[in-house]
Design a protein around this ligand. Structure first.
Ligand code: FMN
Length: 222
């Protein structure tokens, strides 16, 4: 890391997180192997559209679910995945970075890394349980552990039904730790006329949580 000794200490800006220009603060998105991978992919697209740098992690099971639920073919290798997502979502140069299961050198592996929030979307019950007990056995679990210890925003989008006592216990535990449980449970009061509208319902809620302006869904009362 470059040290700018010519800048007096008092002039260092107080922004908590800065990003590589010209992008807004990096947001990490992890897609795990629960149903509803479309939520995660749409979220990445919206974060790119909002000008954020995006760090992407996709678990092995999520790649399997993507193959089952969509016609999208995504490469597993992180560099090729980043190229694919960059082209797919019209992202800028180096706006999207992808990291593998054991890429411990990734920014999300450390509290000193430059990133603002982690969204696990969708979140499998397996990853939910690993995060609740601090397993840190792969990069997604480690990033969640870092978010909790650093008091950074951690948003989990679990998808399972019905929920067992184990699932509910883990959700309550994580809520008490400061994580936000945002289940993949779209409402119907906006009368969605497509699957895309139902996906956007959830993605809009995530963007609202992150404080990122969105036009996918009007806020209640607007
Ligand atoms: C097509 C498909 C759909 C699945 N749906 C769910 C689901 O909705 N919720 C869930 O918790 N697990 C679901 N699973 C099981 C998880 O993928 C599995 O538990 C996996 O170990 C999760 O690993 P990960 O958390 O590392 O991604 C599904 C698996 C497949 C293949």
């Amino acid at each position: 890391m470059a040290v700018h000794t010519e800048v007096p200490h008092t002039e260092v800006p107080h922004t908590a997180v800065s990003s590589r220009a010209p992008y807004a603060a990096p947001i990490a998105v992890a897609i795990t192997g629960a149903s509803g991978v479309q939520y995660g992919l749409r979220l990445i697209e919206c974060l790119v559209g909002a000008g954020h740098e995006v760090y992407v992690m996709i678990s092995k099971a999520a790649h399997r679910v993507i193959a089952v639920e969509t016609d999208i073919e995504l490469p597993a290798q992180p560099d090729r995945l980043a190229q694919d997502l960059t082209a797919r979502f019209g992202a800028g140069e180096e706006q999207i970075s992808c990291f593998g299961r054991e890429d411990w050198m990734a920014p999300v592996a450390s509290g000193s890394g430059n990133w603002q929030a982690l969204v696990i979307c969708p979140c499998s019950t397996g990853t939910l349980s690993a995060v609740a007990c601090g397993a840190s056995n792969n990069l997604i679990e480690r990033a969640a552990d870092v978010a909790l210890k650093e008091r950074r925003q951690l948003i989990l989008v679990p998808r399972e039904t019905p929920l067992s006592a184990v699932h509910l216990d883990n959700m309550l535990k994580l809520t008490h730790m400061g994580a936000v449980m945002l289940p993949a449970a779209p409402g119907f009061y906006h009368r969605p006329d497509s699957v895309e509208a139902m996906i956007d319902f959830i993605v809009a809620r995530i963007l609202n949580q992150l404080g990122i302006a969105q036009t996918l869904m009007p806020r209640w009362g607007d």
